[in-house]
Ligand binder design. Structure first.
Ligand SMILES: Nc1ncnc2c1ncn2[C@@H]1O[C@H](COP(=O)(O)OP(=O)(O)OP(=O)(O)O)[C@@H](O)[C@H]1O
Ligand SMILES: [Mg+2]
Length: 327
């Protein structure tokens, strides 16, 4: 089973300012703003949608291929991903660019000032599915990335007859109606959260049934409510898995997508596929960071069982994947 994950690859820099922005940004002087915040905590986390999804796929026993564009500060990230079971051979490393960087400073009131520098991500459009062996690809996910790259990958997958999940997430906000229609047309699965579903409907002028005339299935995540799927054969809702603690939700959507792709690539029924997404996602909420959680196959299977009852195919799933990754 070969799953290719496309999307942003980024370093996330998180800083904490031990004061209040409002004491330093004076409304009457904002037209000449020059402020510097002395921050007392700084963390660097591995981020980007594509490695987030790929890491979770590896936890679920898959050996996903990461296809993205990174820069000169990617070496230790790449090594770490490989050690976790992510194949980075399709990732282009540009030595004259920085890896995309997300920087955020948070103050004592939880106000945030953030920036995103695309860096090497802009060059994701240079990668092409035409350069790969079509026969070796089972599923592709097109996640937030350089906007041109997302459009091109969708066109290429359609032309080559490769099954793909279209996952516009936060990029929806900057897509035109035409770009959205061009990218999602023919996707086997379109996945969005409930807020993005409303944006998609507004932008396309279509409701759930209308969207199903353009995509094979529509998967909607609904936070603590779980996830739903709409297909021409009917719809189904899977309630969320129970969280043991809610620490930090960033990255839940990406983890869900790993469960979704695992179910799709194994041709599981929709209820099992959505539940896999829900269980994969719940681990992310329980700690800080998007790639800091881990579980063994046995832990995952028992967590699944606690929430949804027995699913014998999960044992086979992990065993079969273990056998393929050792080949
Ligand atoms: N409070 C929660 N308890 C249990 N599961 C949750 C909770 N919040 C989210 N999830 C799980 O994560 C999935 C994705 O959540 P959500 O719909 O919030 O995604 P999102 O808004 O795209 O998140 P992200 O911030 O990663 O973009 C849900 O379908 C659900 O399975
Ligand atoms: Mg999301």
């Amino acid at each position: 089973m070969s799953i290719i994950v496309t999307g942003s690859i980024a370093w996330d820099y998180l800083m904490r300012f031990p004061g209040y922005f409002k004491d330093h940004i004076l409304p009457e002087h904002v037209s000449h703003l020059s402020v510097s915040f002395l921050v007392d905590e700084k963390e660097r986390h591995r981020g980007g949608c594509a490695p987030n999804i790929a890491y979770n796929l590896a936890l679920l026993g898959n050996h996903p291929k990461l296809m993205g564009a990174a820069g000169l500060d990617f070496a230790d990230y790449q090594q770490w991903l490989e050690s976790q079971g992510v194949d980075t051979s399709l990732t282009a490393v540009y030595e004259d660019e920085f890896t995309a960087t997300f920087t955020v400073i948070t103050d004592q009131d939880q106000n945030q000032i953030a920036s995103f520098h695309s860096g090497a991500m802009r060059r994701a459009r240079e990668l092409s599915f035409f350069d790969l062996d079509r026969q070796s690809i089972d599923w592709v996910i097109i996640s937030p990335n350089d906007p041109q790259a997302m459009i091109r990958y969708a066109e290429q997958c359609r032309e080559l007859g490769i099954k793909y999940v279209y996952d516009p997430s936060q990029q929806l906000a900057r897509l035109s109606a035409d770009e959205l229609m061009r990218s999602m047309e023919g996707a086997d699965v379109l996945t969005v959260n409930d807020y993005e579903l409303e944006m998609t409907k507004k932008l396309s002028g279509l409701d759930e049934d209308g969207l199903l005339e353009h995509v094979g299935a529509l998967v909607v995540t609904r936070g603590s409510e779980g996830a739903s799927v709409y297909t021409p054969e009917g719809s189904y809702h899977a309630p969320a898995a129970k969280a043991r603690a809610i620490v930090e939700p960033t990255g839940v959507g990406d983890a869900f997508r790993a469960g979704l792709l695992t179910g799709l690539s194994r041709e599981f029924d929709w209820p099992t596929t959505l539940r896999l997404g829900n269980v994969a996602a719940v681990y992310v909420i329980e700690q800080v960071g998007t790639q800091n959680h881990r579980y063994t196959p046995d832990e995952f299977i028992s967590r699944y069982r606690q929430n949804y009852g027995d699913e014998p195919r999960l044992v086979q799933l992990f065993n079969a994947n273990k056998a393929t990754s050792q080949e």
